[in-house]
Design a protein around this ligand. Structure first.
Ligand code: GLN
Length: 446
């Protein structure tokens, strides 16, 4: 813990952390020492972890990188935070992210952008950009993240680390500041599939306080790490990987597929025609849910309250206007529009129907393949400001949102470097609850 606290201090310019409290970290480390000395230690006891600032924490401020929640102290720990603490992990602090997890480059934080350790002019990905930057720069051995439409997988790809978005419903959402509740999934960014598999085992399990938490027995996610890929069928959606894909990213993925073939996997061509509708469906559904979730920030119960106002309506208007940045405002407007009388059927209902078709298409595909390999992004990490137009930013989520809409697990892992010096990522997607197999496949490549 002392080692990482020192590194965090030395690499402050990355702006990966939003709240660091050494005394709280060292108290948890002392408790870990006590458990180790008294023989109560488990495999994770004493290992540091940092949390995306979407998870609420009792001992560190919880802001969702929004002015709306600046300095907010939660009365409880998110379930995931509590589970990792119970396992003996030592919290290093809270990590920067896009405001309310809305974004792809961590440029939407109210507390400043996060830098990519590979190139300070490049984004670290988003929204879990503090998590990816911290892991890539060695400011935490592993970090939590959240993935609603790609926010673990894309930053992992942009920084050359491994990210796991588990099956929706597997980790608890209690204490995750809500963006789009039917999509929000907690996960991890770490240095390897093995690290992620080991820690993920401690952050799943039924949570009666989360209505969509699945009730399944605990599982050893490390069980397939040495199994290899012999006999596995890997589907590749070639038609989807054409237009707009950087040729070096495509070539890196082909190289990986050849290696899998050498190891005995079978590469199968698949088509996912409906998945290509993922972006419009995602931005209708996610904004609709965000507009509802963010209505709780009204200046009354918690969060920012305007200093001056005339009456209660004026107080709410001013508080929301001052507290939210432009991206949450844009999404509240879009979401309110698609849910409004007269547009609900045309947009929201239609999006829900296409969402079902996308999920069905994946389930059909997984009858003939064990996993799908595809890019995470069309290119590598971009320069600050290069993806500022909201429509082009939304369109760049094409490879990550379909799996989110279907609630599938996905692992994003490093796949070499581009000639521009920035890391390339690839993702493996699986049917619900096949995380262990995905970890095994990732380990066979790593
Ligand atoms: N880039 C996507 C968005 O802006 C995904 C965000 C996320 O997964 N939290 O909504």
């Amino acid at each position: 813990a002392e080692f990482y606290l020192r590194r965090i201090e030395e690499h402050k310019t990355l702006n990966a952390y939003l709240d660091v409290r050494p005394e709280a970290t060292l108290a948890q480390a002392a408790e870990a020492d006590r458990r180790i000395a008294s023989g109560e230690a488990g495999p994770l006891t004493g290992i540091p972890v940092a949390h995306k600032d979407i998870f609420v924490t009792k001992e560190w401020a919880s802001t969702a990188a929004s002015k709306m929640l600046e300095g907010y102290m939660s009365p409880f720990d998110a379930t995931v935070v509590r589970q990792l603490k119970d396992a003996g992990m030592v919290c290093l602090g809270k990590l920067n992210c896009d405001e309310f997890a809305m974004g792809s480059g961590n440029e939407n934080s109210a507390f400043g952008k996060v830098h990519n350790p590979w190139d300070p002019n490049a984004v670290p990905g988003g929204s879990s950009g503090g998590s990816s930057s911290a892991v890539a720069a060695g400011l935490a051995p592993i970090a939590t993240g959240t993935d609603t439409g790609g926010s673990i997988r894309e930053p992992a790809a942009f920084t050359g680390v491994t990210g796991i978005k588990p099956t929706y419903g597997r980790p608890s959402r209690l204490g995750m500041i809500a963006f789009a509740s039917s999509l929000d999934t907690a996960g991890l960014l770490g240095q390897s599939a093995e690290d992620c598999a080991t820690v993920l085992g401690a952050m799943v399990g039924h949570d009666p306080w989360d209505s969509t938490s699945v009730d399944m027995p605990a599982e050893d996610f490390t069980r397939d790490l040495d199994k290899g890929v012999k006999g596995l069928r890997i589907g590749v959606p070639r038609q989807w990987m054409g237009e707009g894909l950087d040729s070096e990213v495509g070539a890196a993925i082909d190289e990986m597929l050849r290696e899998y073939e050498r190891q005995g996997a079978k590469i199968v061509d698949i088509d996912l025609p409906t998945a290509r509708l993922g972006v419009p469906v995602y931005y209708v559904v996610a904004c609709a849910e965000a507009s509802s979730n963010l209505s709780r920030f009204d200046g009354v119960r918690y969060g920012h309250r305007a200093a001056e106002y005339t009456d209660i309506i004026d107080m709410m208007k001013r508080s929301r206007n001052e507290g939210f940045g432009s991206e949450p405002k844009r999404r509240i407007m879009i979401g309110t529009y698609v849910l409004s009388h007269g547009y609900y059927d045309a947009y929201y209902l239609k999006a829900q129907r296409v969402r079902r078709l996308i999920a069905n298409e994946f389930h059909e595909t997984f009858k003939s393949v064990d996993a799908i390999a595809c890019p995470v992004t069309t290119g590598t990490a971009y320069d600050f400001g290069a993806n500022a137009d909201p429509v082009s930013a939304y369109l760049s989520d094409l490879y990550t949102v379909p799996a989110s809409l279907a609630g599938l697990p996905g692992i994003s892992m490093p796949c070499g470097f581009h000639s521009n010096g920035r890391p390339i990522g690839v993702q493996l997607l699986g049917e619900h609850f096949t995380e262990a197999r995905l970890f095994g496949m990732a380990a066979a490549w790593q």
